[in-house]
Design a binder for this molecule. Structure first.
Ligand SMILES: [Zn+2]
Length: 472
């Protein structure tokens, strides 16, 4: 299929994922050949080319999701954690259910999460997987790559893990025990050899990703992981500054701010991105910007856990590459890029509006409607994600770049009456019909259908798996 040439004709609008005046292209036609976009403009069909009619449709780059925990796709809406903030929620939901996962449950969870993402127009997924323990009888890394490949997705495995826990090892089941640093690094080398492709249009990548930079390892070990990652030529990822608890912990244990702590241990730079970065002092924003460290902004998870709203406008102004991640479905109930980008668009505006003050109290503005445009959000969710992952070939919808794109059909009444169809998929909320999704020039969704995926069968597998988890 990759060798097939497609002419996508007559789109109502094209969002490119590029900044400024390049954010939209008048099109209306786009040619895909040999896995890349070969032309955009007014184009005529060539012999042997397959024509895709995009009348009344809008074209976006396919989304790049830069932070997820796919195993949590079977942990949505757990009543024990639904109203808890991060720290108690971690114990009540992900940590509590982790030992119950086996190979079958893990695979079903991964499949649900990936299918959700594909249906939201996502073509590249970075999963922060931390289901590893000494003597584990199944290979979560292999399952993730297998399931992503079956759907035709680009997949980046951020290999999580911890060498220390906050509980006594002897009290824990085997599945919650920590790895040794030697074991962790040996598996990293194995994964890099087996899966990592440094090419700018790679379908598979490996990332060094201890689960939580502040807690998962000793400071000396954290420094060593950074050195090993750079020796292996891979990127670095972790959680940071999700709530005030990170500030408390860094202050109490190290007498500094969380971003300063990771910086002192080699964990800042253009090859590093962190999930969340909600609670930051201005000094930390400057430090992140100066070093070109990126963010995976996860607005729905941060909202659901009541953590706060990351200061994206300030981060971007400081020079921080911004991307969007859905985070695990145990903290947002639906891990898809359409609702995530919709939330990103609204919440940045609400955050700035929240800071507005009356004039007699020193205020100088009314609201925050200019804090994030749909073009900004599309850029963060596409080329911004490719940038933090180092996938240089996914640099927007322009000739020469990888043909990773979604064709959205705005045929639902929620889009009727829209003056500017280009903004529909982000601004109107809900999921438009996905006419087609291309990854690397290969059509992986056709007329809202994913070849080889039986949604009803997946639904019954999900029901059985959820019953097993709830009953055990
Ligand atoms: Zn996370």
């Amino acid at each position: 299929m990759k060798d097939t040439s497609f002419l996508i004709r007559n789109a109502a609008a094209i969002m490119t994922g590029l900044p400024g005046a390049q954010a939209r292209h008048p099109g209306p036609d786009l040619r895909v050949a040999n896995g890349v976009i070969s032309a955009i403009g007014r184009l005529l069909p060539e012999p042997g080319e397959r024509v895709v009619d995009a009348t009344d449709c809008v074209i976006y780059p396919s989304w790049v999701n830069t932070h997820h925990h796919l195993f949590q796709s079977l942990l949505k809406g757990d009543p024990g954690g639904i109203n808890l903030s991060l720290t108690p929620w971690l114990g009540a939901t992900p940590y509590r259910y982790r030992p119950k996962f086996d190979e079958d449950l893990f695979r079903v969870a991964v499949r649900i999460g990936l299918v959700e993402l594909v249906r939201s127009g996502c073509g590249t997924v970075a999963d922060h997987n931390y289901l590893y323990y000494p003597g584990m009888p199944y290979d979560t890394s292999a399952i993730l790559f297998e399931e992503a490949e079956a759907l035709g997705l680009r997949f980046i495995l951020c290999r999580g893990g911890a060498t220390q826990t906050r509980q006594l090892e002897a009290d824990l089941p085997a599945s919650l025990r920590a790895e040794t640093l030697e074991g962790y690094l040996a598996d990293m080398e194995r994964l890099v050899q087996r899966y990592h492709d440094p090419a700018p249009d790679a379908m598979r990548r490996i990332v060094m990703a201890p689960t939580t930079a502040l807690y998962s390892m000793s400071p000396a070990q954290l420094r060593e992981t950074a050195a090993v990652a750079r020796k292996l030529g891979i990127r670095l990822h972790s959680h940071l500054s999700e709530t005030v608890e990170y500030q408390n912990a860094a202050h109490a244990s190290h007498g500094c701010r969380p971003v300063e702590f990771v910086g002192e241990h080699g964990w800042l730079g253009p090859d590093v991105w962190f999930a969340h970065l909600v609670k930051l002092d201005p000094e930390e924003i400057n430090l992140l910007g100066r070093t070109g460290t990126g963010i995976a902004h996860c607005p729905q998870s941060n909202g659901r856990l009541g953590s706060g709203i990351a200061p994206i406008r300030e981060l971007e102004a400081a020079g921080v590459p911004v991307s969007i991640g859905v985070d695990g479905a145990a903290s947002n109930e639906a891990a898809d890029m359409i609702s995530e980008t919709h939330a990103a668009w609204l919440l940045q505006r609400a955050r700035v509006g929240q800071q507005a003050q009356a004039a007699h109290r020193g205020g100088s503005f009314e609201g925050g409607a200019d804090a994030a445009s749909v073009e900004d959000v599309v850029r963060w969710g596409t080329t911004g994600g490719a940038r933090v992952l180092g996938l240089e070939a996914l640099d927007g919808l322009r000739p020469g770049c990888a043909a990773d794109l979604a064709i959205w059909s705005l045929d639902d009444p929620r889009y009727f009456g829209l003056h500017d169809p280009a903004i529909g998929p982000v601004a109107s909320g809900g999921r438009p019909r996905l006419r087609n999704l291309f990854v690397g020039g290969r059509m992986i969704v056709e007329d809202d259908y994913i070849p080889g995926v039986d949604i009803w069968r997946l639904a019954s597998q999900a029901r059985a798996a959820t019953a097993r988890l709830m009953g055990s």
